[in-house]
Design a protein around this ligand. Structure first.
Ligand SMILES: C[S@@+](CC[C@H](N)C(=O)[O-])C[C@H]1O[C@@H](n2cnc3c(N)ncnc32)[C@H](O)[C@@H]1O
Length: 250
């Protein structure tokens, strides 16, 4: 479902990290005339990998990076195409099922996103919604961790999650948040059109997004740690969704 196109790694630290990693990089864009140790390091790393370096005016970098804080550097990397919200609905309709969407509020770790996609595929989630900013997108690390699920689970990237969730609610979707103080997830009946929100690894779900939810679910914890890893929590919750939508036939 996802096809390769160009995306950008933006900023000096992310660029150095990407150049030092195994990540496939197609092109290096540097702001012309900019001199600093970090830029020199990026140039050297790029030359060592025999990458094409393009010196471009600041305006060109602004445009490529959608006016994000690029610090004079952007790397063109292989990425994957995103779906639209309507594509996610179409995926559910094609299977003759009520839509079951996952909404990720600024999940940052590519391994978490890849692992979430893997479980989403297995548990019949029809699509994943992520924000455009401050979150990991569909990178090659995500693809690898998803073990192929990046191809089968459509991912829509939206500008404003709160607006999107409100639109989903207008279309009849019931929205479930997750945190440490909700109702026991084992009672969750995920029949009907449902959207499940998973929060950021550090901050959880933002307050504005929490205000939109119809109900909040909690996975009980009896040990000493404060919370579960986001992809582990997402996995348990997606499977509770699966269990209630597909009860065992005796
Ligand atoms: C590492 S946790 C974030 C912890 C954050 N400090 C908080 O208090 O929300 C990342 C996400 O995983 C999910 N999560 C983790 N543990 C959970 C639990 N016991 N019950 C429900 N969701 C959980 C939630 O979606 C949470 O936003």
């Amino acid at each position: 479902m996802a096809e390769e196109k160009t995306d950008f790694v933006i900023g000096r630290h992310p660029a150095v990290a990407a150049l030092r990693s195994q990540q496939e990089i197609n092109k290096v864009f540097l702001q012309s005339g900019l001199k600093s140790e970090a830029i020199d390091e990026i140039r050297q790393l790029a030359q060592r990998r025999h990458l094409v370096i393009s010196e471009v005016p600041k305006q060109k970098l602004d445009q490529l990076t959608d006016h994000q804080n690029h610090q004079g550097v952007a790397l063109g990397v292989a990425a994957f195409a995103y779906a639209s919200i309507d594509d996610l609905y179409a995926n559910a309709e094609k299977k003759g099922e009520e839509p079951f969407f996952l909404i990720l509020d600024n999940v940052e770790d590519p391994h978490n996103l890849g692992s979430i996609l893997r479980t989403a595929d297995a548990s019949g989630v029809h699509g994943v919604i992520i924000p455009k900013r401050r979150a990991v997108g569909l990178t090659s690390t995500v693809a690898k961790t998803s073990t192929g699920a990046i191809e089968t689970v459509p991912v829509a990237r939206v500008t404003n999650l709160v607006n999107t969730v409100n639109d989903l609610k207008k279309r009849g979707m019931w929205i479930f948040g997750t945190d440490m103080a909700g109702t026991d997830y084992r009672d969750w009946n995920a029949k009907g059109a449902v959207g499940l929100i998973i929060g950021n690894e550090g901050k959880g779900i933002s307050r504005l997004l929490k205000d939109t939810v119809d109900q909040t679910l909690t996975i009980p914890m009896v040990g000493t740690v404060q919370s579960l890893n986001a992809s582990v929590a997402a996995g348990l919750l997606m499977y509770q969704g699966f269990n209630s939508r597909h009860p065992v036939q005796h």
